[in-house]
Write a protein that binds this ligand. Sequence first.
Ligand code: ZN
Ligand code: ZN
Ligand code: ZN
Length: 209
Amino acid sequence: MVYRIRTKYCKQCGIEFSERMPESRVFCSVSCRQTFRNDPVRNPSKSPEARRKISESRKGKPTTLGRPCSEKTKKKISKSLIGTSTGRRPTQKAIDAFVKGGEKNLLRASGSEHHMWKGGHSKERQARYKDPEYIEWRTKCLERDSYTCQKCGVRNGMGETIILQVHHKIHYWERPALRYDLDNGTSLCIGCHRKAHKGMKKPKNPRSD
Ligand SMILES: [Zn+2]
Ligand SMILES: [Zn+2]
Ligand SMILES: [Zn+2]
């Protein structure tokens, strides 16, 4: 599922809502979704009449809730749940994997920053991305920014992998001293990073302070 900031009109109440959500979402809220689903015209089995009938037929019968089930049934249920999501909150394990993945994604992304560089420095660049000082700077910036693009707010998680890059607000060819300054780094998604570099040109005679 791709979570992106989208603007939509609720299928139930028609209100305009805008937030990070998957393409498939059509309601502004849980209550609108419920109202829509329980519409007796659309869904006759949910009409008050039908509900009453169902509840009547169940009277006196035990519910499955709270009733212990056999080991066999438990195994069956657990097997059927393997690989399915159990909720919207990621587990700690998933978060750890994501944090680690963020680092890996970055290394992967770093080689494809074609928009910023024209020719020639790939060896030097590769060396830079392996520089522990650079990695530490980048990781600290990403952690501080909660792995979220500081421009558009897009972030990893919910099944989507967003590649984030750490951008030098003042480029190091202008101020080499600020190269690993945490305040000079900001996490950006590839799209925002590209925009940030639009029109930025490496000067012929870089300063060397
Ligand atoms: Zn609504
Ligand atoms: Zn962005
Ligand atoms: Zn940048």
